[in-house]
Design a protein around this ligand. Structure first.
Ligand SMILES: [Zn+2]
Length: 266
């Protein structure tokens, strides 16, 4: 085997390429969402790296501002063909929500700036997004919600034995049945084989979950730290009060965000 002293200009076709600490070849387009665009400012164009989006014609870019351009720490959507800013500067989470907001607007952004200017639907969408996102920032709430927060908990399953119903309720029949089976099999178990599983007729109350599209733990409900992190299920008022005390914030009747997400809405 011979070794070569020259650097390859194309990525080797083996997994070796992925481990190269000093690569000199571009990552194939299918493996990166980054593209360079020319962002427009009043005094000209500047190169900037943007992230491709599902909205053809638009990229997500860092927002730049100042007499000498610098990153502001905020983000925006940029029109690839013209470099014009399509959304007002906002947090990364708010800007990703702006993309979802545009999904429903039905405007084709993959056109020249002249075409977009001539399209009344595009210009009204531009203005509506500006006001909607500015309003969301001012009030510290999401622009788009992923789900409703308050969920009426389904009736629980319980183990019933000789007319005595277990004080503990279970979310699924299987969960209650497994515990009943264990209790029956356990030596000296308190349950007899004639234990039955039955279901409550009423909901035990409400659970609260985060409404943000950015929530990493989207299926988890506001937990009770005193009860092994199980969801708090209580009256609407009680669960909302407990969540507020823990740093959750309510935005309207049905939408709340957890502390981690809430700090991205500013
Ligand atoms: Zn969250």
């Amino acid at each position: 085997m011979t070794m070569t002293a020259t650097q390859p200009t194309e990525r080797p076709g083996t997994t070796q390429g992925y481990r190269d600490p000093f690569p000199r070849y571009p990552i194939p387009p299918g493996e990166t969402a980054m593209i360079e665009v020319a962002a427009a400012h009043s005094n000209g164009l500047t190169p900037i790296v943007g992230e491709r989006t599902d909205r053809a014609g638009l990229v997500l870019t860092p927002h730049t501002t100042g007499r000498v351009l610098h990153y502001s720490g905020l983000w925006c959507l940029t029109h690839i063909a013209s470099g014009a800013r399509v959304s007002p500067p906002a947090s990364l989470l708010h800007t990703r929500e702006a993309l979802l907001w545009l999904e429903n607007a039905g405007v084709d952004w993959d056109r020249t700036a002249a075409d977009l200017h001539a399209d009344p639907a595009a210009s009204s969408t531009f203005h509506e997004l500006y006001f909607a996102l500015t309003g969301a920032r001012e009030t510290g709430r999401p622009l788009v919600y992923a789900r409703t927060s308050l969920v009426n908990w389904p009736p629980l399953w319980r183990i019933c034995h000789r007319g005595i119903v277990s004080p503990d309720g279970y979310d699924t029949y299987e969960h209650a049945a497994a515990l009943a089976e264990d209790a029956v099999a356990a030596p000296g178990g308190v349950l007899h084989p004639d234990a039955v599983i039955h279901r409550d007729e009423h909901s035990p109350g409400w659970g609260l979950r985060c409404a943000s599209i950015g929530c990493t733990d989207r299926d988890s409900f506001f937990p009770d730290d005193w009860d092994y992190g199980l969801p708090i299920v209580d009256s609407r008022a009680a669960v909302q009060q407990a969540a507020w005390n823990a740093g959750w914030r309510g935005h309207d009747e049905t939408h709340w965000t957890c502390p981690d997400c809430t700090r991205h809405y500013h």
